[in-house]
Ligand binder design. Sequence first.
Ligand code: ATP
Length: 339
Amino acid sequence: MKIRLDHVVKTFDTFRAVRDVSLDIESGELVALLGPSGSGKTTILRMVAGLEYSDGGHIYFGDQDATDIPVRERGVGFVFQHYALFPHMTVAENIAFGMKVSKVKRERAAIDARVSELLRLVRLEGLGDRFPAQISGGQRQRVALARALAVDPKVLLLDEPFGALDANVRKDLRRWLREIHEELGITTLFVTHDQEEALDLADRVVILKDGQIVQQGTPEEVCRNPQSAFVMKFLGDANVLSAEVRDGKAYASGASIEVDGLVDGKAELYARPSDLDWSEQGPGIPAVIARVLDRADGRRVIATAETGEHLEFDVAPERALKAGKGGFVTVRRAKVFAA
Ligand code: ATP
């Protein structure tokens, strides 16, 4: 089922939480709404669900204008971070609940068969008789997904479904959700403020700020071509250097880089830690190492340039670098935005 948001607006009292959002979600696509806290992600999801009505614009499900259709008639499944399971029902009863209260009447045997199928899909075979308190947080969210899928939703809406779980479980569930999505192909809208989660999971990432879409694209497009300083900073660690643009080149304390389409004047140069290199001899930005941070996957170095600006970059773990050592930072790749 294709979903289309057409100039959607939502105001709470006088506060405009969603400002003129237009977005197409193709049938079978998994789209992540990504943005900082308060950027309007949940409000958009709730409007798609029918839990909240927009004040302006339209929401279409396929060709049908669903803007005023109530939640029960939209055919959506939800999983929310705090959308608790019924504690007094077993896992199987929780999954069966939607089918039992649905207008579509099913035979008991058909419900049992569907529950078994869903338990297999979410890889919880054998746990159907447990109560929610007897399974882990990650398993509870899998049950919540099975419950949402039980009524064959046309659209699946997930709001920070793994938000309350620890980092390793989140990563496992991410992969698992992607596999389930590939198997079922249900149009899915996923809300998160976790960049890595959005980039790992989604076909397309929609980045929001102050109730507006600031950029959207495949993970590759948004990562390789951020169109604003906000997106650059929001998607990951970035070094920022003040720069000056002259005749198609940006100059920043000893580094220079070709830029396209920027007028001469003050600018800011943004570079990821992985886009900087360190050498003992110049050329480059003269800097002194302030700290060396050892991490499981490598070594991060923080250096201070002569301008006082901090630079972070990654080196191979076997590279012997120490605080106090001087050298030069070169910029392999960067984005430049007008200041
Ligand atoms: P988070 O990641 O923190 O959940 P979000 O991007 O999902 O944030 P929303 O929950 O959509 O953001 O909220 C957007 C803005 O609208 C926020 O400033 C919030 O305070 C405001 N808001 C949301 N719901 C209401 C409400 N029922 N009444 C008043 N203001 C609201």
